[in-house]
Ligand binder design. Structure first.
Ligand code: HEM
Length: 170
């Protein structure tokens, strides 16, 4: 396979998986988790936990694909790029890696614990005050970390959209 074909393939995978990652992260941060935080106690929690699990799976598949294809594109096309555009590209890539770290270190553990506590077996009988407090804390932690992760991906998307023109602007 020629290098050009590999680059076109990597770009196609990169843009498609990047869109899926950023889109899922945005919907989680701005739709699912705020509703779960506000209306979780009114019975919405179980359904929203299922939605969040699906979106989490989408992120778990699309984020590594975006990062691996991005690393390949970096090595193939911008190995020693010291231009302004290269700096914008590096800033965007760093923000995406940071976002992935926030997801792995904060959002995923909070989401897993929430799913466990939302299991029907865990909910049998009246939830203790301690469990209610724990659930509220976990929802807040998941919502804040999802917002931080989505904001970092916002920086990435802006950087990826503009890096080609940065050198012409400065
Ligand atoms: C959600 C995350 C990401 C999204 C949505 C995204 C999106 C994009 C898009 C749309 C382009 C094409 C821009 C253009 O050709 O003008 C692009 C290019 C690029 N991206 Fe990303 N990206 C993401 C994360 C990353 C990461 C983590 C890396 C590196 C580890 C990376 C490295 C690159 C490189 C090197 C290019 C330039 C390819 C070329 O010159 O043809 N991206 N990205």
């Amino acid at each position: 396979m020629s290098e050009l074909v590999l680059i076109v393939l990597a770009r196609a995978i990169h843009v498609m998986s990047g869109v899926a990652w950023a889109g899922a992260a945005l919907v989680l941060a701005t739709v699912v988790l705020p509703i779960a935080t506000r209306h979780g106690a009114d019975g919405a929690a179980r359904w929203l936990a299922l939605v969040a699990r699906r979106a989490g799976t989408l992120v778990a598949v699309s984020a590594p694909l975006t990062i691996l294809s991005g690393m390949y594109l970096f090595a193939a096309l911008h190995p020693h790029d010291a231009s302004a555009g290269g700096s914008v590209l590096k800033t965007g890539a760093a923000a995406a890696l940071l976002s992935a770290a926030v997801g792995v270190l904060f959002s995923r553990p909070a989401g897993r614990k929430l799913l466990q506590l939302n299991q029907p077996s865990a909910q049998a009988g009246a939830a203790s005050l301690e469990t209610v407090r724990q659930l509220a804390g976990l929802r807040m932690r998941a919502a804040v970390s999802a917002r931080v992760a989505a904001a970092l991906l916002g920086v990435t998307v802006l950087a990826m959209a503009t890096f080609r023109y940065a050198s012409a602007l400065v």
